[in-house]
Design a protein around this ligand. Structure first.
Ligand SMILES: [Fe+2]
Length: 235
């Protein structure tokens, strides 16, 4: 039975990826699973995913990349001293609007250090930059579309609520940029770039929990930011 097979493969995908899904989709999937015995509504699946809004790259993408560009921003090469700040494990998936993973996407992040300074000579307070913070990192997605960085929780700097810049680079496509934010930051309500996202659901989708990592006594945080692109790459 063709319909039955379609449904079964859909459920397999769901079980496989539930832990990675944003909460809006998880709720939707629960409903779907409950109704699976009877109904399959074509189109509803894709509708549940909110496209991640594109946001400005801003002026602080590094002019000169650091010598170390890996996905661990709190240690430079073999440096013994870690960066100052609240260690944060930032992860997520890059998918298309149907939730299909996008592989071979180069995800880059850049952000301020514990003093609010970018790895950029135009950043205010450049003289007090934490030399142990990498400030920038890269990660290439694999078959699951997953990315991961170890970084610090960003802090405020003049004129902006705390945020992490992200770029997604793919072969044959223009660089795509966005920013993610910390749930509960009071300045979120007045930040011009964040308020510039007019669609409320899209705006909410870039504000994520920086929650204590369970079972880790040192106060490390975990943040999950899924990136939903508005296109499906050619196979
Ligand atoms: Fe910024």
């Amino acid at each position: 039975m063709v319909g039955g097979e379609f449904l079964a493969s859909g459920l397999l995908t769901i079980q496989d990826t539930t832990m990675y899904l944003p909460s809006t989709r998880r709720r939707f999937l629960s409903n779907f699973t409950l109704g699976a015995a009877g109904l399959w509504v074509p189109g509803a699946f894709a509708e549940a995913l909110t496209l991640t809004p594109k946001q400005t790259e801003g002026p602080f993408y590094p002019v000169d990349l650091p010598l170390d560009t890996d996905n661990d921003l709190i240690r430079l090469n073999d440096g013994l001293t870690p960066a100052l700040g609240e260690v944060t494990h930032l992860s997520g998936r890059v998918t298309d609007a149907k939730g299909e993973p996008i592989r071979n996407a180069l995800v880059e992040i850049w952000q301020v250090d514990h003093h609010g300074v970018y790895l950029h000579k135009g950043s205010s307070g450049a003289g007090k930059r934490d030399g142990n913070f990498q400030g920038f990192g890269r990660f290439m997605t694999g078959s699951t579309g997953e990315y991961y960085f170890r970084t610090i929780k960003p802090v405020r700097y003049p004129g902006r609520t705390p945020h992490i810049h992200l770029a997604v680079k793919m072969k044959g496509r223009e660089k795509w940029t966005t920013q993610c934010y910390i749930k509960g930051e009071t300045q979120n309500d007045t930040d011009g770039v964040l308020r510039g996202i007019k669609d409320e659901t899209q705006r909410a989708s870039v504000i994520v929990d920086f929650a204590p990592l369970p079972g880790v006594a040192t106060g490390e945080l975990a943040a999950r930011f899924d990136i939903v692109m508005g296109f499906t790459p050619a196979a």
